[in-house]
Design a protein around this ligand. Structure first.
Ligand code: ASN
Length: 706
């Protein structure tokens, strides 16, 4: 591994402190034998062994300090820097107990499923290290998408440092730094000669204390800030803190109150009417101030985890060779067939107070002069058809024509071709005159669209907002929510669920590794969950329980027979399980995530593959403690004729999705996919209870204020 490459990778790290003199020469020094490897550069050879060892120890302690706040060396994922240093350390011998973070990091790298076999099980003292094996690197997946360029900001940095970086870089102690953010609290001391500002910039749940003396530039301006919520920029020296509960603080040289809080009477400076004052607020109060709630620790932590999970999602799928497909938000197909879509139209105009809005409707067909003649020579005088009157003969003819058209459309649909449109009933809203020329809706799922790309690009996923106009008032439903929907080619339900389980476990592992501070916050918070980190750790340790719907029903029946009461205790095969049943299975019976498969076809969507028993479909739901259903997926019905039948059985017009049916005509193949509700994943990870608290601006019936 080239040193230059390694140093480049390391310099992409947030901490420049990694660029020490010989840290990366470590690879080439056999410490145990006390001699210098023959490949070592001349410069290194020239150094005294003792000096080298001291330098290495110092370098490793810097790396160790860096790893207090970072999972990996350079990025939030394994890079070439981690692999190379891990290979070197493995070659050199056990990691010293004086560098516990390095030891934790090494174990993480060495136990990575792709690296562990190369490391002979992950022990630093084990045999069989193969740090320079090209084939092994191919196996690591590094070649699949190439190695991304290092993130090396040159233009946008603004000379300020984020508080997370500041608090995790001990080498900054003694240097001059600039921070910007919002005050959590401000406090005067020493008869007004000192000002303490607890500053947070959203990069971490922690704040940094900024101490201003009356001799610092901008003291009076900062003192008149109005307190909690004001925005500041401070420049000063980072020093070790004497106070309890914080490692360092900033002795401010120059401060500026950028935006004061005008929460006093008549918009004067003051905190009286600032809605997010210092005291702790309930979640409902925060929801009512959705524009300010990112300032609250609980929402900020939820948003950081939301970001991390979005990033982890893209990373997981990208690194497994999936392509991200942007499926449309406007659609004319109803994927779930549940009639719960939001329609969109431009026919109402843009002025909400306009009084003369007229929605076009389908009128009775008017007879044109000459047209009647063509159709039967019944020429009428102008005005005769006024009032909607048609002669019996004309009516019959129109009906005959409509019937013929309908037959033609049905035939075309059955064959899978693009049908001609049916004539609309008189009086129906004429969406033909609307923007898209037909009724359009906000999508309820990207699945049908993403399947088209699966049928060419193999493994794909979509991740975007979806909309359901259900009148649900629960803590688990939103009218606008985000869904991740992968679709895999040449795959059955079993592989589909393997993917879902891997993906969920990856997200949990990612959160445990990269969102430690925020998870600890939720563990402690009154709104979070005691034992959260343990619950999450358990999720990744054991396989999810898999059983069929039929087996699940039997277990629930037994539960009722044994005396347990559900709100719905009449458990019957064929019923749609309620959240109480789903939660009982995973929380009480199995105490872990449960994958329930093979549901009755009547309660599932038309596109799910009919099983050989012809009663059930190859569907699967993943039920998790606290939430209930987190994932819903299926193997898709890829046989054309059966799909058309299932479509009709479900009361859907095959012709409305003629293009979807055509996929089964041209090179069909087994494929499968699932949908995971993103907000439910965030509830699962944070331990929060209400879905409205894990999305910036929740949309529920009657609520779209912000
Ligand atoms: N992609 C999927 O399988 C998700 C499914 N269409 C749903 O909306 O729940």
């Amino acid at each position: 591994m080239s040193h230059t490459l390694l140093l480049d990778a390391a310099s992409a790290s947030e901490s420049g402190a990694l660029k020490c003199k010989t840290a990366f020469s470590y690879a080439e020094i056999t410490l145990e034998e006390g001699k210098i490897d023959a490949n070592t550069s001349a410069t290194t050879k020239g150094l005294e062994l003792k000096a080298i060892q001291a330098d290495i120890a110092k370098s490793l302690s810097i790396v160790d300090a860096h790893l207090v706040q970072h999972t990996y060396l350079a990025c939030n994922f394994i890079t070439v820097a981690d692999i190379s240093l891990a290979c070197s350390i493995r070659a050199a011998g056990p990691v010293s107990s004086s560098t516990p973070n390095l030891s934790r990091w090494f174990n993480t790298i060495a136990n990575h499923p792709k690296i562990a076999p190369l490391f002979g099980g992950g022990s630093a003292a084990g045999a069989g290290a193969n740090s320079g094996n090209g084939a092994a690197l191919v196996d690591l997946g590094l070649q699949l998408s190439g190695v991304p360029p290092p993130v090396a900001p040159t233009l946008y940095k603004r000379g300020r440092i984020r508080i997370k970086e500041l608090l995790s870089t001990p080498s900054l102690i003694g240097s001059t730094v600039t921070v910007s953010g919002w005050s959590r609290t401000t406090r005067n001391a020493d008869a007004g000669k000192l000002l303490f500002v607890e500053l947070n910039d959203g990069s971490t749940t922690l704040s940094v204390q900024c101490v201003m003396k009356n001799t610092s530039t901008g003291f009076d301006n900062c003192k008149a800030s109005g307190g909690t919520g004001a925005s500041f920029t401070f420049t000063g020296e980072l020093v070790e803190s004497e106070g309890k509960g914080q490692s360092c603080e900033i002795q401010v040289i120059k401060g500026e109150c950028v935006g004061a809080v005008y929460g006093g009477e008549n918009m004067t400076i003051g905190g009286a009417n600032y809605p997010l004052s210092k005291k702790s607020h309930g979640l409902e109060h925060l929801r009512q101030h959705a524009h300010l709630r990112p300032r609250a620790k609980v929402h900020a932590a939820a948003m950081r985890i939301r970001h991390a999970m979005a990033f982890a999602t893209h990373k997981f799928f990208n690194d497994n060779g999936f392509l991200y497909i942007h499926t449309p938000i406007v659609t004319c197909a109803d994927c779930e067939g549940a009639g719960e879509q939001f329609g969109i139209t431009t026919m109402l105009g843009t002025d909400p107070h306009k009084t003369d809005v007229k929605v076009p409707y389908v009128e009775e067909p008017k007879k044109k002069e000459g047209a009647a003649e063509e159709e039967g020579g019944e020429k009428k005088k102008e005005g005769e058809e006024g009032g909607g009157g048609q002669s019996n003969k004309a009516k019959k003819k129109a009906a005959k024509k409509a019937a013929a058209l309908a037959k033609k459309a049905a035939m075309a649909a059955a064959k899978g071709g693009k049908p001609e449109e049916d004539p609309l009933p008189v009086g129906a809203v004429d969406y033909g005159k609307d923007f898209f020329g037909k009724r359009a809706n906000l999508t309820v799922s990207g699945q049908l669209n993403v399947e088209t790309h699966c049928c060419a690009l193999s493994d794909v996923y979509t991740f975007g907002p979806t909309f359901r106009a259900e009148n649900s008032h629960t803590t688990r439903h939103l009218a606008e929510f985000w869904m991740i929907e992968p679709e895999i080619a040449f795959a059955d339900l079993h592989t589909d669920m393997d993917l879902a389980e891997d993906y969920i476990k990856y997200c949990v592992r990612y959160a445990l590794e990269c969102c430690k501070d925020d998870l600890e916050f939720f563990e402690e918070s009154q709104f979070g969950e005691k034992g959260l980190i343990k619950r999450l750790s358990n999720v990744i340790e054991a396989p999810f329980k898999r059983l069929t719907y039929t087996e699940g029903i039997e277990l629930l029946k037994k539960t009722v027979a044994d005396g347990h009461q559900f709100e719905e205790s009449n458990i019957q095969w064929g019923m749609d399980l309620g959240s109480e049943h789903e939660r009982y299975l995973c929380e009480t019976i199995f105490k872990k995530p449960v994958i329930l498969t093979d549901y009755p076809k009547e309660i599932k969507a038309f596109y799910m593959k009919l099983n050989p028993d012809e009663k059930t479909v190859a569907a699967a739901d993943i039920l998790v403690p606290k939430i209930g259903e987190l994932v819903g997926g299926s193997q898709r019905e890829h046989r054309h004729d059966i799909l058309v039948d299932r479509c009709k059985e479900s009361g859907l017009e095959p012709k409305a999705i003629w293009w979807y049916l055509e996929l089964r005509k041209f090179g069909t193949m087994p494929h499968a996919g699932f949908g995971l509700g993103f907000e439910r994943l965030i509830l699962f990870i944070t331990g929060l209870e209400n879905i409205k608290d894990v999305i910036p601006f929740p949309r529920t019936p009657g609520v779209a204020e912000f």
